[in-house]
Design a binder for this molecule. Structure first.
Ligand SMILES: Nc1nc2c(ncn2[C@@H]2O[C@H](COP(=O)(O)OP(=O)(O)OP(=O)(O)O)[C@@H](O)[C@H]2O)c(=O)[nH]1
Ligand SMILES: [Mg+2]
Length: 407
């Protein structure tokens, strides 16, 4: 800071400064500089911030001077890693910063922010603290068998172990909602050939993502489009029209269509409203997660064909009814995914929680206090790995590797 900006500004005050090359005294940029002495900085170390103009020439010359002063570029995620190592945040929060920089939609941003604010870490730390208390009590039972410990203590410890195990298992059976919000909610478009599935996909994607044609059997492969639907990340998958076919390529397309529809979180079953009998095909999937969509309503004219209950009448070519359909999808996703309880967001957390729950279950069923204590210890270590309390050196490289530079 002294070499390039001509001195140290007052701590945490944005200060106007000329950046100069100390070797030639040439002015490189007119900028703002900030000085954050440790420990009150983002990483907990001394941090100098230079706010240079963004042009390539300015940045190249400033970086060249900094390089000559012995500085180097940060590795991906290095600032966050240092902040973690200096106890400025826990691992769950560090991961939230990674998610926040990668968030594409409002729901993803909200989830990452909630995680960064520490709600998820707090939940896990709360469980750790309870576990540690249980462990301490159990150690007391083991180490001081002759002391006057309350006789019901052992039974209480087992009961509390069972309760904790139940809470963790409940958190685990969330239908992977938090992970889905990070990765996108899968929504498959299925139905008979020529029903207008691809036309609907193009409407939802607002671009010509899939080929449409009056020829039945146009779509063969699964075509995916990621869409920001009212703030939720949704991946729509258009699929081949369902019918019996002797064509081997089409058969493979049908296999993929069914597989995708079976594994999707939600489905749109699209049929031609002028062929009301086709609606019956929707019964192959659960009605609670399948929207029934009667397309080509423009062709019904004055014919008053009553629609099945709950069906959405649309015209994928004119766009009629699409807004009502998308808001119904968004409302459905909102009901499923917006909660105040923090959601599990990563497979890494899930694996550690599963290990913890399994150890607690073993502990509650073990015959001897020594065995129960050993499993409590294992459960505690598993929980600690999530927030970074124990044994995470080998995990750090994995976690910080997917960060972008400069974070
Ligand atoms: N009149 C009318 N025609 C439509 C509508 N939606 C789609 N079409 C037409 O129906 C034909 C089939 O549309 P596609 O979107 O290719 O149908 P698909 O369900 O993807 O068909 P496959 O890929 O063969 O399963 C095309 O000629 C579309 O222009 C609609 O709402 N009204
Ligand atoms: Mg198609």
């Amino acid at each position: 800071m002294r070499a390039i900006a001509g001195g140290l500004p007052a701590p945490r005050v944005a200060t106007h400064a000329r950046l100069r090359d100390p070797a030639t005294d040439e002015t490189l940029d007119d900028s703002l500089v900030l000085w954050f002495p440790a420990p009150h900085s983002v990483t907990g170390e001394d941090v100098a911030e230079l706010q240079a103009h963004g042009g390539r020439a300015v940045l190249t010359s400033v970086l060249a001077v900094l390089g000559r002063l012995g500085l180097r570029l940060a590795e991906p995620g290095e600032f966050t890693r240092r902040a973690f190592l200096n106890n400025k945040l826990d691992l769950v929060q560090a991961e939230a910063i990674g998610d926040l920089t990668a968030a594409d939609t409002e729901a993803q941003r909200r989830q990452a922010l909630r995680q960064l604010e520490g709600a998820l870490g707090e939940l896990y730390r709360g469980w750790s603290a309870r576990l540690l208390r249980l462990l301490a009590h159990l150690e007391a039972v083991i180490d001081f068998p002759d002391e006057d410990l309350p006789p019901e203590l052992e039974a209480q410890i087992v009961a509390e172990t069972v309760a904790l195990c139940g809470e963790i298992q409940h958190h685990l059976t969330d239908g992977h909602r938090g992970e889905r919000l990070r990765d996108g909610i899968a929504l498959a478009i299925v139905g008979p050939p020529n029903a207008g599935k691809s036309t609907l996909l193009n409407q939802l994607a607002r671009r010509e993502a899939a080929i449409t044609s009056p020829i039945a059997g146009t779509t063969r492969d699964v075509i995916e489009v990621a869409v920001d639907l009212a703030g939720y990340p949704v991946v729509f998958a258009d699929t081949a029209g369902l019918r019996d076919s002797a064509d081997v390529i089409e058969q493979e397309g049908l296999r993929r269509a069914r597989a995708r529809a079976d594994t999707a979180d939600l489905r749109l079953f699209v049929y031609d409203a002028t062929e009301p009998a086709d609606a019956a095909g929707a019964a192959a999937w659960s009605a609670t997660t399948t929207f029934l969509v009667a397309n080509k309503c423009d062709l019904l004219g004055h014919r008053q064909t009553p629609l099945p209950t709950g069906a959405f009448a649309i015209s994928a070519t004119s766009g009629e009814g699409i807004a009502a359909l998308t808001s119904a999808i968004a409302a459905r996703i909102g009901a499923d995914y917006d909660g105040t309880a923090p959601l599990l967001t990563r497979a890494r957390h899930r694996a550690a929680l599963e290990a913890a729950a399994a150890a607690l279950h073993r502990s509650a069923n073990a015959p001897l206090p020594e065995l129960r204590a050993e499993d409590l210890r294992l459960a505690w270590r598993s929980l600690g790995q999530i927030t970074g309390k124990v044994d995470v050196e080998d995990l750090l490289d994995v976690i910080f590797a997917d960060f972008c530079l400069g974070k």
